[in-house]
Design a protein around this ligand. Structure first.
Ligand SMILES: [Zn+2]
Length: 208
């Protein structure tokens, strides 16, 4: 049993091999992800439609993240805050195309990797990351952090299980992305417990 587990770990995964080949093809140094502390993000398999975007495209997430997204959006709407799902799941192949297109457009690799993840390392592969817009056609720029939607998210996203991945000065070498949030089921469980405990406290106060 232990021997098998050891062998499984020692053998490079097929996905890892695909990622390495893609990085080489794009001219991305193989050591770059480790230097920047990026974690390999496997592609999600089971995806469901979480929302329809402004262009009528289906935006997909894993089931738990899709449910959390819809609950958070409904919660925000109660406070008159509109949250738009601009981008959700993105495949490894699509990330390769994005980086390739930018290279062909003449951008330097350094510049590209300040805003785009190397293929295999985008949180969007996991089906748990969302790019949120304050408007239907939000340009996803740093000005998002001046919107009411962002202010609402900073106060409420955690209890729905969403966390900001790349704040200003993040250690991964990405520019600040106030629109990019990751669903973390562990955070969602803590958030749910806080709501219950908070409710109990309120109740205790009211009855005292
Ligand atoms: Zn994103």
């Amino acid at each position: 049993m232990m021997h098998a587990a050891y062998r499984a770990r020692a053998k490079p995964s097929r996905y890892g091999e695909r990622v390495r080949a893609a990085l080489a093809a794009l001219g991305i140094p193989p050591g770059l992800p480790r230097e920047r502390g990026l974690r390999l993000c496997p592609e999600a398999r089971a995806l469901v439609v979480a929302d329809i975007d402004a262009r009528g495209r289906e935006q997909r997430l894993v089931p738990a993240a899709a449910a959390a997204w819809r609950a958070m959006k409904a919660d925000a709407a109660q406070a008159d805050i509109a949250l738009h799902l601009v981008s959700a799941f993105r495949s490894f192949e699509r990330q390769c195309q994005i980086v390739r297109a930018k290279l062909e457009g003449g951008q330097s690799l350094d510049r590209i990797l300040e805003v785009s993840a190397p293929p295999g390392y985008s949180e969007h592969h996991t089906g748990r990351a969302v790019d949120i817009g304050a408007t239907a056609n939000d340009p996803l720029d740093e000005a998002f952090d001046t919107t009411g939607a962002y202010a609402w998210l900073t106060r409420n996203a955690t209890r729905h299980g969403f966390t900001l991945s790349y704040p200003r000065g993040n250690r991964y070498g990405y520019r600040c992305e106030p629109w990019h949030w990751l669903y973390d089921p562990r955070l969602a469980r803590i958030g749910a417990r806080r709501i219950i405990e908070g409710g109990k406290r309120t109740h205790a106060k009211e009855s005292a």
